[in-house]
Design a protein around this ligand. Structure first.
Ligand code: DC
Length: 219
């Protein structure tokens, strides 16, 4: 393997990106960078500071003045201005509001700078929506993970069940479709397959099968 490599993994919510990316990073001894966690952290700050989510200038300034740090380890920890927000960024309230923050060009600009900075310092697996298209279009390896909507909703249902919450599948299907709509239709950094990305439809595949498939492309 080359001395410094970047592996870009994009895909919609529930496509299995996070689980797969973490495992690939671990198997190859690379840094794992969850870019969604960065958008989540900034959204949390916007909510906590009462920022106007329609004010793109204010959100851009917020992004510029905020310190977001990811610490890789057995479990990724996310720090917002020095405070551990790893759990706080995973609430439904944050997930609901991200679209307002993630569509702001100035916010994305700041996030991309930060992500490139981390990815250039160490060989990494970056997962998100715009990694292969915008953040690292020259990444050594690019993947686009997908799965049908029902399966993605079912996976989210399992995640909630593990956390002790029972949610109807219909509600989660609606939720996944709404997130797709904002991810695919953003003017800046929308979710799309990057040129040269390997597309893997994970519907009906186990986590281990997907991991092995990705690894088979990495020399
Ligand atoms: O991967 P995730 O579900 O935690 O990401 C949360 C949201 O963050 C997702 O709906 C869109 C946004 N996001 C983004 O706009 N660009 C990225 N590179 C990663 C996430």
């Amino acid at each position: 393997m080359k001395q410094h490599i970047v592996i870009a993994i994009d895909g919609p919510a529930g496509s299995g990106k996070s689980t797969i990316s973490k495992m690939i990073a671990k198997r190859l001894g690379l840094l794992y960078i969850d870019t969604g966690a960065m958008y989540r952290a900034l959204t949390l700050k916007a909510m906590n500071t009462g920022a106007d989510l329609e004010d793109t200038q204010a959100l851009t300034e917020l992004a510029r003045s905020t310190e977001i740090e990811l610490r890789d380890g057995p479990k990724l920890r996310v720090f917002l201005d020095g405070k551990d927000v790893s759990e706080a960024i995973r609430t439904v309230e944050v997930t609901d509001k991200i679209k307002h923050v993630a569509k702001v060009p100035g916010v994305r600009h700041e996030m991309v700078i930060l992500q490139r900075d981390i990815g250039r310092r160490a060989s990494s697996v970056l997962e998100g929506r715009d990694i292969g298209t915008v953040v690292f279009p020259d990444a050594e390896y690019k993947f686009y993970l997908d799965a049908d909507v029902k399966e993605r909703a079912r996976r989210r249902q399992e995640d909630f069940a593990t956390a002790g919450k029972k949610i109807e599948l219909d509600v989660l299907i609606k939720d996944v479709l709404e997130r797709d709509a904002s991810d695919f239709n953003r003017k800046v950094g929308p979710l799309k397959k990057a040129d040269g990305a390997v597309v893997i439809d994970t519907t009906g595949m186990s986590i281990d099968q997907v991991v092995e498939k990705l690894l088979s492309y990495i020399k």
